[in-house]
Design a protein around this ligand. Structure first.
Ligand code: BG6
Length: 369
């Protein structure tokens, strides 16, 4: 059942090309237009949405943070990401024009369920992005958009994360298409590009031997830092969460722009730091700034583990290790850049002799508040 792999997590990491491809399946018509018949909320109601709040916990919340960048860019609707357990206690601003999107692999997370119920009681429209058919959160929501990652057994989420980002992107593009704004025409080309991502993940997975080796030599590491910007920021947070969950070490993700406002004080000789570098061609133009961050921490002795687009030679002089990922557009990059971080956490946990699939103190679905 582990498909020849030693752990479910390793299998699920390798399932990721399918998780993305299957989540895209059947969501466009012959002409390439998005069709989400499954949504059960009228087009009129969706067109009237003036605010989106994403509620989720853990990895699912990081998928939501990634999605915020994309949905705001495509729809110009303000998107807020709330940790589900904070949401109903912070007097949230919700109206009947608010769309509350919950993200949950299990569909049973009590914190997320309570956030959805609270949102509904305030009159919001609720959509559940969920991986488990027949689970509670979709039943308690106005509509559901299923992720098709297949069952995820390992406690630490991997393929569900990629499927959640994919599903949220489909939703964002659908809303853009409905609203007919300037990005409506782009929806089809983004869908086409998303369709090319599974093959790129496959290519990337074929190159993970070095990451496995790096992890093996880091079994004694006591702390790891992760830096990223724009969509790379939530990926830094996710990379850190994976290490906490699986290897029980202090790991922290930062927005690279914050470095000089505090975290750079943590850099001492030998400190491992993963840096997620945006493409040199990314429209936001942040590549050079992140490369400068690598220089800054390297000058203070950090061991720099750099995730960069293949062919990006500019990082080489400042990188102790370069992990190359296939090129894609800036909003789709997280579907690739997170993969080496998952692989790293898997093999670091293995190197420490820990239980990869069932880390201590954690449960796959937390059904208490
Ligand atoms: C946590 C799990 O308890 O719940 C995380 O350890 C997971 O891995 C989070 O991301 C949310 O779970 P779900 O099922 O709501 O996506």
């Amino acid at each position: 059942e582990k498909g020849g792999y030693a752990t479910f997590m390793e299998k699920e990491i390798h399932d990721q090309p399918h998780a993305v491809a299957d989540t895209l399946l059947g969501r466009t018509d012959a002409s390439g237009r998005l069709v989400l018949d499954e949504l059960r909320i009228s087009e009129e109601q969706l067109e009237a949405v003036d605010r989106i709040t994403i509620v989720a916990c853990g990895t699912a919340a990081y998928a939501g943070m990634v999605a915020k960048y994309a949905i705001e860019h495509w729809t110009r609707i303000p998107v807020e990401v709330a940790l589900a357990h904070e949401f109903r206690y912070c007097d949230p601003i919700v109206s009947e024009r608010t769309l509350v999107v919950s993200i949950s692999q299990s569909g049973e997370t009590m914190d997320t369920l309570m956030a959805v119920k609270h949102a509904r009681s305030l009159g919001a429209l609720t959509i559940s992005v969920c991986n488990t058919h027949g689970s509670t959160i979709p039943r308690e929501s106005d509509a559901v958009l299923y992720t098709h990652a297949g069952p995820e057994i390992a406690v630490a989420s991997t393929k569900a994360f990629l499927a959640q980002i994919t599903a949220c992107y489909v939703l964002g593009l659908y809303l853009a298409q409905l609203r007919g704004g300037s990005f409506a025409d782009d929806a089809q080309s983004v869908m086409k590009e998303l369709g090319e991502v599974p093959a790129k993940i496959e290519t990337l997975l074929g190159r993970m031997d070095r990451v496995k080796e790096i992890a093996r030599f880091m079994a004694d590491t006591r702390a790891v830092l992760f830096l990223g910007r724009h969509v790379g920021y939530p990926i830094a947070l996710e990379g850190a969460l994976k290490l906490k969950e699986l290897a029980y070490i202090h790991a922290e993700g930062f927005a690279a722009g914050e470095l000089k406002h505090g975290p750079i004080a943590l850099i001492e000789p030998g400190q491992p730091v993963f840096v997620i570098v945006p493409s040199p061609t990314a429209e936001h133009g942040l590549h050079g700034k992140v490369v400068s961050n690598i220089q800054e921490i390297r000058a203070r002795g950090a061991r720099t583990l750099v995730i960069a687009e293949e062919g990006d030679e500019s990082v080489v002089p400042f990188a102790d290790e370069v992990i190359s990922v296939p090129a894609t557009s800036q909003l789709l990059a997280p579907l690739l850049t997170v993969v080496p971080l998952q692989v790293f956490a898997l093999w670091l946990s293995t190197a420490k002799g820990l239980d990869v699939d069932q880390p201590r103190n954690l449960a796959k679905s937390v059904t208490v508040e």
